[in-house]
Design a protein around this ligand. Structure first.
Ligand code: MG
Length: 380
């Protein structure tokens, strides 16, 4: 029986992780659950999965939950609670499915314990890729991706020698604005941006998909996960989202991983790896899909994509600045305070303003994140 700590249990990855655990009750149990503020769903999850402890990031919501469940399980709160749970609870697998920078500190604690890190929170690797991968080596913590593209690459790389790899090809759906021209992006609405063609996800990642920042963050994530230089990482637009990513070998062969889009598949693999478990979550009927199409991304239209490659080249805390400025800008866009096209502008201004520390430690990364948020918040 593998014990699981699940960070972000009420989000789309979290709910799907529990869907997987529910089917494989004999193999996996829940030690701890953590959420931002959705205590109604968390309460249902407590009753079904009986975790030893839960964390609610929002303090007021944590108090309310304590009243409601009356000592049935321990309730920790705040960012400190997230770290404490990761430090103190007994678990084998840490599922990092919280959105944004707040996933980093608890992931570090889990790595120090030598747990398997099943990672959906791409920001952890974007802002602190070097530190996280070095710590994983030091503590023998396995890092297994949940992000569908990275899970596909991880699976395509299995059995191949490092020098046999020519290219890593990340596929991108292109999001809701794939066929819009650059000028019309200025006036797109929040509702249009939230209307993703293939995936049902939380609002932050859906906006990131519309701006293609999601793919940019995934390029940085792939860089740290797999250890290939930027020149070997490529993006291909594939609107059907059936091929989840590919690996091109030096002889010209291309390995691809295909299935209907369903996050339960990469989640299940991250939990069961290296075993495969029989399940019936996904059936892929290729004759119904008919066409798979591919084309090159438009870096001119999707500036966020270009910025992500640039910060990866700059290194240091540049990816942390990009990430923090993007989180603030996306939040402003969702609140209808800025236009969609202001998102890359806020990121650019932040990159110009905030100093890039070339070899940051964890403290410097936290400070860079804080400074960038403060600065980006003042922009519009
Ligand atoms: Mg992805």
């Amino acid at each position: 029986m593998k014990k699981i700590l699940l960070l972000g249990s009420t989000g789309s990855i979290g709910v799907n992780t529990l869907n997987v655990i529910r089917v494989f009750k004999d193999l996996f149990s829940v030690t701890a659950l953590a959420v931002n503020s959705n205590i109604s769903l968390l309460e249902e999850q407590i009753n079904e999965f009986h975790p030893e402890c839960v964390v609610v990031k929002d303090e007021a919501a944590a108090d309310e939950l304590r009243k409601r469940i009356n000592g049935k399980t321990e309730v920790l709160s705040g960012s400190k609670g997230l770290i404490e749970a990761a430090k103190r609870c007994d678990y084998d697998i840490f599922v990092g499915a919280m959105v944004g920078f707040c996933g980093l500190a608890p992931a570090i604690e889990a790595i120090r314990k030598g747990a398997r890190i099943a990672l959906a929170n791409k920001e952890t690797l974007v802002v602190a890729g070097r530190l996280v991968t070095e710590l994983c080596k030091k503590h023998n913590a396995e890092l297994i991706p949940i992000d569908s593209e990275h899970s596909a690459i991880f699976q395509c790389l299995e059995g191949e020698n490092k020098n046999a790899i020519g290219k890593i090809i990340l596929t991108a759906s292109g999001g809701p604005f794939l066929y819009k021209d650059k000028n019309s992006l200025e006036n797109v609405t929040v509702e249009e941006a939230l209307n993703h063609p293939n995936w049902k996800m939380g609002s932050k990642i859906t906006i990131d998909s519309a701006s293609m920042m999601n793919k940019g963050l995934e390029v940085i994530e792939a860089y740290w996960l797999f250890g290939y230089p930027t020149e070997k990482i490529e993006i291909v637009i594939h609107p059907q989202s059936i091929i989840h990513s590919m690996v091109e070998l030096v002889d010209g062969s291309i390995k691809a991983l295909l299935s209907s889009p369903d996050m339960k598949l990469p989640i299940q693999y991250a939990l069961s790896y290296p075993e495969r478990l029989q399940s019936c979550f996904v059936t892929t009927k290729l004759p119904l899909i008919k066409n798979l199409t591919f084309f090159e991304p438009d870096f001119d239209k999707f500036e966020c994509l270009k910025l992500a490659f640039e910060v990866l080249q700059s290194g240091g805390t540049a990816p942390c600045i990009l990430n923090a400025a993007n989180e603030i800008a996306v939040d402003k866009f969702l609140k209808k305070e800025i236009k969609f096209t202001a998102i890359p502008q806020i990121i650019k201004k932040s990159l110009d303003k905030i100093e890039n520390h070339k070899t940051p430690d964890l403290e410097m990364i936290f400070e860079c994140d804080r400074q960038t948020r403060e600065f980006a918040s003042s922009l519009n």
